[in-house]
Design a protein around this ligand. Structure first.
Ligand code: 6PG
Length: 240
């Protein structure tokens, strides 16, 4: 794993935005799976505010790594968050937005989205291939919507599965491991002190790291980048 450690959450957003601008500039068509959560929200704000002239979105196709089974207008919708903080502020063809339809019956939508990926993404290793999958990591080591108590879903033969949040019982549709690890590049955006313990265990392959779905992210391309702030990287102010 390659680490890009920044002092603050804002600097993570700036550094990743620069990375994304270069990746998009070098490709005519780019298929990107987005993450939900608070860290991507700051990245989207950065992209919308400071990268308007740096990125031509016309060849970019946006997908989601996971979505809550709610209406697209609901507060908890990852699509709604992305629409408010990025899509509504950039020029991107509407037909390039491929949301997971959280309003559909979950099992039906997991099957539909999996079939959509099969039909619309390039293939490598006989599997749909994203150019970039952006992930976060929960305090419990979950990623996308694969939670520790359902880690078996990571190994599913399906491209998408229905997951259930352990505390809220909320259903979610999530990409599974074989699609995530088939991506050309996977980037984790992880910030905040609450992630430091799990990140350290995953980096050092120590403790209960094998119980954390985030530890299973290992793209066959080998391109796995972690964009972290010092808090998540466990660097205290006296060390930096
Ligand atoms: O739908 C979601 O909520 C995300 O896909 C989820 O996996 C998120 O990435 C982590 O919970 C980290 O979220 P933060 O970026 O807020 O720490």
């Amino acid at each position: 794993m390659k680490l890009k450690i920044s002092k603050t959450k804002q600097e993570v957003a700036l550094n990743f935005s620069r990375y994304l601008a270069i990746l998009i500039a070098n490709m005519e068509e780019v298929h990107i799976a987005l993450s939900g959560g608070s860290t991507p929200k700051i990245v989207f704000d950065e992209l919308a505010a400071n990268f308007q002239t740096d990125i031509d979105w016309s060849g970019v196709h946006l997908y989601w790594g996971d979505e809550r089974c709610v209406e697209p207008t609901a507060e908890q919708s990852n699509y709604r968050m992305t629409l408010e903080h990025l899509i509504s502020k950039i020029t991107i063809p509407e037909e390039n937005i491929h949301r997971i339809k959280g309003e559909n019956e979950p099992e039906y939508e997991a099957k539909r989205y999996g079939a959509f990926l099969e039909e619309n993404l390039p293939k490598t290793n006989g599997l749909p291939k994203f150019d970039l999958v952006i992930l976060g990591m929960g305090d419990d080591g979950h990623t996308a919507s694969i939670f520790p108590h359902e880690i078996k879903l990571w190994h599913s033969e399906k491209y998408c599965e229905v997951a259930v949040h352990a505390d809220s019982g909320q259903k979610r549709v999530s990409l599974t491991g074989q699609v995530i690890n088939n991506a050309d590049t996977v980037v984790f955006l992880v910030t905040g002190e609450s992630k430091a313990e799990k990140f350290k265990e995953i980096k050092n392959k120590s403790g209960a790291y094998e119980d954390y779905p985030a530890s299973l992210v290992n793209p066959s391309s080998g391109r796995l980048l972690w964009f972290l702030d010092e808090s998540a990287a466990g660097i205290t102010s006296t060390q930096s």
